[in-house]
Design a protein around this ligand. Structure first.
Ligand SMILES: Cc1ncc(COP(=O)(O)O)c(C=O)c1O
Length: 398
């Protein structure tokens, strides 16, 4: 297959396949070949393809009203906000169109909080290896040096520490009077599906309470059912002051949210922030259907079973258990750490009709939809094992 059209800026290294249709956990390419979807469009189509509630809601809303602007009341936006409040305990929220924008809103909110406290140059603590998006604020918060390289000058105002290193955060608290917030992904996604330790997150909550900092969770990737609960913080016993999401919220329609409670919910007023499309009727119809499905259709309860089926498919088929050194993550955010090289794994997966991904350089990141059948999950796990067996055999023969 030729490269993408020269009319497209080459910002992505694209795999040589074009999809024409999707159904549940299966995508079909333009020749009709089926692929098992272990990626969900990078944690977006959490309910799979053509989920009836979502398809119907989007089709009906597109036929009625797509966009008006935030200059007017938007009933569907208010309805989604109420669903999110009920699901999270957050008090209010700003709707945007992407994960990066949800992070931008949080950065502005934290800076305004600092400004209100009379801090001239407010600082936000962020983590090495974190990913928060590609816009300049979110990029500045991102920990991956390779992604930031060449786009300076970036934003000031971020203090970077290693994940799970609470003493480093305590040291910053002792040194500086200008910290206003801590921004973390509870499970680093792009960084290689690396869950932060629960006692570390609890420690962060304690420090935030002690120093009146805002604890901000980026649940763009972990949220919307992906980890087996609407948001993963529910499983951790740690509640953030600011909760960010996007990706799965619209199951493919672009919608994100920056949710806040307590003092965080009081920072942004009229004229302080905006988005032309943010929370428009079409995207909110999708989000309403997604949140209703998560609350009522029993899909999240499947996450743990699908995970188990996938992992046992993997373990049963591996010719040598030591080919996998660790399986990480929660629910259907799965990181498989191979002990072999990962260079060709995505390409080999594609050849076998499996959609896989590498995150953090060498971790196989598997993000299946919540509607994957247990049989498909077993097949996906076995397929990954087969690839690892083949790679190991090739290395042995080399
Ligand atoms: C944790 C996290 N935050 C933010 C983003 C950025 O989201 P978007 O690509 O929608 O801007 C991503 C995307 O991968 C993400 O995983």
């Amino acid at each position: 297959m030729p490269d993408a059209s020269p009319a497209i800026m080459p910002t992505y290294g694209r795999l040589p396949v074009t999809f024409a249709r999707g159904e549940g956990a299966v995508l079909y390419d333009t020749t009709g070949r089926a692929y098992l979807d272990g990626l969900s469009g990078i944690a977006v189509t959490n309910l799979g393809h053509q989920y009836p509630r979502v398809t119907q809601a989007v089709a009906e809303q597109a036929g009625r009203l797509i966009h008006t602007s935030n200059l007017f009341h938007i009933g569907l936006q208010e309805a989604v906000a109420e669903q999110l409040r009920a699901a999270t305990g957050m008090e209010n929220m700003f709707f945007c169109n992407s994960g990066a924008e949800a992070n931008e809103a949080a950065i502005k909110l934290a800076r305004r909080y600092g400004d209100q406290k009379g801090i001239a140059s407010p600082q936000i603590i962020v983590l090495d290896g974190a990913f928060h998006g590609r816009t300049l604020g979110a990029l500045s918060a991102t920990g991956n040096q390779k992604i930031r390289q060449g786009f300076g000058p970036l934003l000031e105002g971020f203090q970077r520490v290693a994940p799970d290193d609470l003493p480093a955060v305590e040291a910053l608290a002792a040194e500086r009077q200008d910290i206003v917030a801590v921004l973390v992904e509870p499970i680093l996604g792009e960084g290689g599906v690396r869950p932060l330790a629960v006692d570390y997150l609890q420690g962060l909550r304690g420090l935030c309470d002690q120093h009146e900092w805002l604890l901000m969770f980026d649940e763009v990737q972990t949220g919307n059912g992906r980890c087996g609960s609407t948001y993963v913080f529910e499983q951790l016993g740690v509640e953030p002051d600011v909760l960010l999401t996007a990706k799965g919220l619209g199951n493919g329609l672009p919608i994100g949210a920056c949710m806040a409670k307590g003092v965080a919910a009081e920072q942004l007023g009229p004229g302080d922030h905006g988005s032309t499309y943010g929370g428009n009727p079409l995207c909110c119809a999708a989000a309403q259907a997604v949140l209703t499905a998560l609350a009522e259709d029993g899909v999240m309860q499947q996450a743990i079973l699908i995970r188990e089926a996938l992992i046992s498919g993997l373990q049963d088929k591996l010719c040598d258990a030591s080919l996998v050194s660790e399986v990480r993550g929660r629910g259907l955010m799965i990181g498989i750490q191979p002990s072999t090289a990962t260079g060709e794994i995505v390409k080999r997966g594609l050849d076998q009709g499996l959609l896989l991904n590498i995150a953090g350089g060498d971790t196989i990141r598997v993000l299946p939809p919540l509607v994957m059948t247990l049989e498909q999950a077993g097949e996906l796990g076995a397929g990954i094992a087969q690839i690892l067996n083949d790679v190991a055999e090739q290395e042995d023969n080399a």
